[in-house]
Design a protein around this ligand. Structure first.
Ligand SMILES: Cc1cc2nc3c(=O)[nH]c(=O)nc-3n(C[C@H](O)[C@H](O)[C@H](O)COP(=O)(O)OP(=O)(O)OC[C@H]3O[C@@H](n4cnc5c(N)ncnc54)[C@H](O)[C@@H]3O)c2cc1C
Length: 347
């Protein structure tokens, strides 16, 4: 038996089996609910349950606080319906998504851009296509069946390796991590890896003219790079400021690329922010936390749209403080928090 799920205010409906999550059913049927980690760790899929009841699988309290749960908010990635359900989610997208596909990919090149960032170009099969929105991610399916998510750093129209259908990924090493230890240890050109995608709701909402704040920490730059390429390609001239934060200047591993884009796109500005520069870095730019730099420059964020990506702590701080202190509408904050196994197992 399938249960009916209605999403307000759009009125979109879909069916959900009692043993699947609301999010899995929505993705299966091409309904664009917001989400990122799909694992109860990031909170991107949080929305209000207006009617009906759900059973919640376990999740991180950081993703959904007790107070939020008490006032009827749920995580669609952890909620299985026990009756018909009505949800409120203003970020649901109207357009159908791209089909989610599994395909083999081959490592074309590996380029170390900083002490802990590898830029990987992956070749896609010649006889298949991967349609996606700039900003979305794919999952690697590892040999043991576990999955790791990485955002495409190129817009779909850009081929990182000219003449070859390919995607670019920016991977930060997390020492002790199952996948990134391999990337920085044994990964070689020509290695074959299975991917599935596209996934995610982190892409530019083009029905708005609101000025844009792009907030990246570390490799959170990757999907924003794709979005900037997409804006240039489509001639989108909404004012946009990219705040990119790292501990040391070298963490902003493609700042020359951003400077070049700013020269080509007069409506785009770049504010690099470094939190732990050493004297030998000779850093003379902005310092401190990257989300604080946004607040310093924009004490009033009402009327803006924010796209934030990268370390979960940065994304969470930005969401909390931009909405509480600078008047940003909660629905105008779009985010992909790069959660990992550590975030899923934190007490
Ligand atoms: C939507 C999304 C998009 C993403 N995009 C990107 C991207 O573009 N670029 C990028 O660099 N990353 C991205 N990530 C993060 C990425 O998916 C991986 O989580 C990250 O690369 C770590 O993978 P790993 O297998 O190396 O580490 P994991 O095996 O996940 O381990 C991560 C860390 O946790 C520790 N750990 C492992 N298991 C446990 C445990 N049980 N308890 C406590 N600690 C533990 C490990 O020692 C390690 O330090 C994204 C994540 C999401 C959710």
């Amino acid at each position: 038996m399938s249960l009916h799920v209605t999403v307000l205010p759009s009125g979109r409906t879909f069916l959900c089996h009692p043993d699947e999550t609301l999010l899995a059913a929505a993705i299966r049927q091409g309904v664009g609910l917001p989400y990122a980690c799909k694992d109860g760790a990031c909170g991107s899929c949080k929305c209000r349950r207006l009617d009906g009841s759900v059973v919640m699988d376990s999740y991180q309290p950081r993703a959904l606080s007790e107070a939020e749960a008490a006032e009827g908010q749920i995580l669609t990635c952890r909620a299985r319906p026990s009756t018909d359900v009505v949800l409120e989610s203003r970020q649901v997208t109207e357009t159908g998504g791209f089909p989610i596909k599994k395909m083999p990919t081959r490592v074309l090149s590996l380029e170390r851009r900083s002490h802990d960032v590898m830029v990987i170009n992956m070749q896609l099969p010649a006889n298949d296509t991967l349609g996606y929105h700039a900003g979305q991610f794919v999952e690697f399916i590892l040999r043991d069946g576990s999955r790791r998510s990485y955002s495409m750093a190129n817009a779909p129209h850009v081929q990182p390796e000219p003449g070859k259908p390919s995607i670019q990924l920016h991977v930060r090493h997390m020492p002790g991590g199952k996948f990134t230890d391999h990337v920085f240890g044994g990964m070689k050109e020509k290695e074959i890896l299975r991917i599935e995608g596209p996934y995610g709701s982190f892409f530019l909402r083009e029905d708005s003219a609101a000025p844009l704040i792009f907030l990246a920490s570390g490799t959170g730059f990757a999907p924003l790079k794709a979005i900037i390429e997409h804006m240039q390609f489509k001639g989108i001239t909404r004012p946009a400021v990219l705040y990119w934060g790292g501990r040391r200047p070298g963490d902003l591993y493609m700042s020359d690329w951003v400077e070049q884009k700013c020269a080509e796109m007069p409506h785009l500005r770049f504010v690099p922010v470094v939190s732990d520069a050493l004297p030998e870095d000779g850093w003379t730019g902005r310092t401190g936390f990257v989300h604080q730099a946004v607040l310093d420059d924009h004490p009033d964020l009402s009327g803006h749209q924010v796209y934030a990506c990268g370390a979960p702590i940065v994304v969470e701080s930005a969401q909390r403080e931009f909405t509480a202190r600078a008047g940003l509408l909660a629905d105008e904050f779009y985010a992909d928090a790069f959660t990992s196994e550590r975030d899923k197992h934190m007490a």
